[in-house]
Design a binder for this molecule. Structure first.
Ligand code: GDG
Length: 758
């Protein structure tokens, strides 16, 4: 067994925050160009590069990413060396990688699905293999350079598997991950073929950041519905770690925009634009060519405005900039054609010599022009169908700031889709549902007629927000919260008492040294994962082999101590040389022997409770009753996860009240509520097994739910008790999952066989 089985996360001794930072994103902040044997690179400004400039101090951080083009083998080494001077570490992708990992999965599966365009998802096995492979290469590159305890910050949807890969290889790393796009509702998310892998990949992080609370909430509910992992509002316990969640709406490069606006070139561009549009009011649209951006709906709303208000024809212009993007994808090329057709239609209907209602640019514009247009526009229309944040909305408010003067008749307003993350940080924008064309047109009318005082009040408050939440403070806050999360996670990890390698070695030494060992093992949730139906949890060959090997050692007595019906245990495990205790200790048998029972109890209550539970199972789909000689169990593991928990809590408290006078005990276990005859418990069985043992006997007891606490209470002080899964502090140690519990037992079985044991 390897270290990771036990030591998931607590090995770095250095305090968080004192390490180099490794930034990992699909693209490096430079674009490389190769021309025969020559190469050149252009630094990207704005975006992530600007956000991280403050935290990624020179020499104290490195950036791992794709340089943006295929680099011939002969140039890889010199390019790497050349980039290393700027703390950049390239991950080289082939043309096939670009096609499959980047276009295939990132852009044609994750991007559409996470923006709620499930019908555009095009999943392929080949694409998924490439996505995993490229994520692995990014992770390997990080592993090659990260010193112990390094902080690693992974960005975005291209690299969702990287946190998990890093965690598996290096529990010491402090891993943060930020998703720049929305996280969709679990109803959408669960259509993704690789849904488990992506969640598990992201859950490799110590700290996971989203733009809005909604996205974090959707992530939690996907973890619950897809992985069955329950969470708190700010954290998800996963495989013995605590993955913290944070909400960090990204901001814009305030400093960069201030500088651009102050430049003389920008001022002259602005003056020229003012002169050109002196007679007209400009409604501005700036977006990358993408179906998520809702440009088609925006054009319709503008068309509706001109239909309704002939007086505005000739007076307002929609200036729409569409930045070329992904044009090698036929869908994007088609989108471009569709938009151009719409633009042609509107211009044909309402244009005149000297007046073109929609002015359209299909290209990127220089920063001076961008800032000047933001400053000039009377309205900025940002109406995406879905958008993680949308920086254009914030940039517009920032550049309008100097128009705070009430007398300025041009102070612009922001019309913003409620489906952009930006709507949550700019609540004083005029929020619209972009699908509602009529109302969006109405809001445009309203904004064109709004008083200067109202425009100024709305604008100033939003500009102040944008200034305060700039991208530099976003990065600093993220890292500061990530440091806190690592500290908390480590404290939590210690409190979970997850069995560490050193402790495991002590347990092994005691086991090997003992001539008499008693192993008391619960079955469901301990040896075997909880399955959707109780029947599906039949023992695997691995489990049967494990129990056989443990029982083969004459020094061992192996007991399965379960709440299951005796017939099930006999059918599944009756042929093995082990003891079986069924029905929570009511029935038991020695290896290959007949069953013994406790004295019959007062069971008059059984029929009425059964009726009661039957009523509830008829009402709650996916629940069922299991009848045992002295108990009744209501199982809800197949019910809807949320609804099942809700009804179970209600049932539990009602039964406690109504059955208080009867000789019963009510136990809420793992997705089961059990009503059983009082005085029957696993503790009674364990007590009788341990009646005559002395302190030299090695006693190991493993369980996973509350019914197992009765066993722990009956143990002698030197016994080794182990809780499997999260959330119980009644045992000496814990192990995160049944798979790891089996690995632990396998190590015992194998150690018992080594010559040292003889
Ligand atoms: C993803 C998420 C999230 C645009 N045209 C020109 C130009 N731009 C600049 C804008 C702005 C940026 O590009 C676009 O940012 P967005 O936020 O609108 O959108 P995505 O690129 O889709 O980004 C998004 C973002 O990540 C950050 O987390 O907000 O939701 O999808 O800064 O100014 N810049 C120049 N010329 C142009 O023509 N110079």
């Amino acid at each position: 067994m390897t270290e990771e089985h036990y030591a998931a996360g607590d090995t770095a001794e250095d305090p968080p925050g004192s390490h180099r930072l490794v930034i990992v994103s699909n693209r490096l902040p430079v674009s490389l160009r190769i021309d025969r044997e020559q190469w050149s690179a252009r630094r990207s400004s704005g975006g992530l590069a600007a956000a991280l400039a403050g935290v990624a101090g020179r020499g104290s951080s490195v950036w791992v990413g794709w340089p943006g083009c295929v680099v011939p083998d002969a140039l890889k080494q010199p390019v790497s060396e050349w980039m290393a001077r700027d703390d950049l570490v390239p991950v080289f992708l082939s043309a096939d990688d670009e096609e499959l990992y980047y276009h295939g999965i990132s852009n044609q599966v994750v991007w559409p699905l996470f923006h709620y365009f499930a019908d555009k998802m095009e999943f392929s096995e080949a694409g998924w293999n490439a996505y995993q492979d490229v994520n692995r290469r990014f992770a390997d590159q990080v592993l090659a350079i990260a010193a112990p305890g390094t902080r690693v910050w992974v960005h975005d949807f291209h690299l969702t598997l990287v946190p998990g890969m890093l965690r598996a290889a290096r529990p010491d790393l402090q891993i943060g991950c930020f998703l720049h796009i929305p996280f969709p509702s679990s109803e959408i998310y669960r259509t993704l073929p690789a849904r488990e892998q992506i969640l598990e990949g992201l859950l490799g992080a110590d700290y996971l950041g989203f733009h809005t609370h909604d996205y974090a909430r959707h992530f939690r509910s996907s973890c619950l519905r897809v992985l069955g992992v329950e969470s708190e509002h700010d954290a998800i316990p996963f495989e013995g770690r605590r993955v913290a969640l944070g909400v960090h709406p990204i901001g814009v490069d305030v400093h960069g925009f201030d500088e651009t606006l102050a430049r003389p070139e920008t001022r002259s561009v602005f003056t020229e634009l003012c002169r050109h549009y002196a007679e007209r009011r400009v409604i501005l649209g700036i977006e990358r060519l993408d179906y998520t951006k809702g440009v088609g709906l925006k054009l319709q709303a503008f068309e509706r405005l001109l239909e309704r208000r002939p007086d505005l024809r000739g007076e307002v212009v929609l200036l729409q900039v569409i930045v070329p993007s992904r044009l090698d994808n036929p869908e994007y090329a088609q989108l471009k054609r569709d938009l151009e057709e719409d633009i042609g239609r509107v211009n044909g209907r309402f244009g005149n010599p000297g007046y073109t209602p929609i002015e359209y640019l299909h290209r990127s514009i220089p920063p001076e022009q961008l800032a000047s247009l933001y400053r000039l526009a009377s309205v900025c229309m940002v109406t995406p169908i879905r958008d993680g944040m949308n920086l254009v909305a914030q940039e517009f408010e920032l550049c309008q700031e100097e128009r705070a003067d009430l007398d300025d008749p041009y102070r612009g307003t922001l019309v913003l889709s409620e489906f952009a993350g930006a709507a949550q940080v700019l609540p004083r924008a005029l929020l619209v549902n972009p699908w509602d064309i009529g109302r969006t047109a109405g809001v445009l009318e309203q904004t064109l007629e709004m008083t200067a005082a109202e425009r100024a009040a709305r604008g100033s408050s939003m500009a102040a927000i944008v200034r305060a939440m700039d991208c530099d403070s976003w990065a600093r806050h993220f890292l500061a919260r990530m440091d806190d999360a690592v500290v908390k996670s480590r404290a939590w990890f210690r409190s979970t008492r997850v069995l560490q390698r050193g402790e495991m070695d002590e347990v092994l030494a005691q086991y090997v040294a003992s001539d008499h060992r008693i192993l008391l093992l619960d079955y469901d949730g301990t040896l075997r994962e909880l399955m959707r139906t109780p029947e599906e949890a039949a023992p695997t060959e691995e489990i049967r082999g494990l129990l056989t090997d443990l029982a083969a050692d004459p020094r061992n007595q192996v007991h399965i101590v379960s709440g299951r019906h005796r017939d099930t245990l006999a059918e599944w495990l009756g042929d093995l040389p082990i003891w079986l205790s069924a029905e929570h200790g009511f029935a038991w048998r020695a290896p290959h022997d007949t069953w013994h029972e406790l004295e019959r109890r007062d069971l008059d209550w059984l029929p009425s409770v059964q009726e009661r539970l039957l009523d509830v199972s008829e009402e709650v789909p996916g629940t069922r009753i299991e009848r045992k000689p002295t108990a009744l169990a209501w199982h809800y593991r197949m019910a809807d996860v949320d609804y099942g928990v809700w009804r179970a809590r209600e049932l539990h408290s009602q039964l406690e009240q109504d059955l208080a006078h009867l000789p019963v005990e009510i136990i809420h276990g793992h997705r089961v509520i059990e009503v059983r005859a009082a005085g029957v418990s696993k503790g009674g069985y364990v007590g009788s097994v341990l009646d005559e043992v002395d302190e030299r006997t090695f006693v190991l007891c493993m369980g996973d739910d509350r019914t197992d606490r009765d066993m722990y209470r009956a143990l002698p002080p030197n016994a080794i008790s182990v809780h499997v899964g999260g959330g119980d502090d009644q045992t000496r140690y814990s192990i995160p999952s049944p798979a790891k519990a089996r690995a632990f037992l396998r190590e015992l079985a194998d150690a018992g066989r080594t010559p040292a044991a003889d």
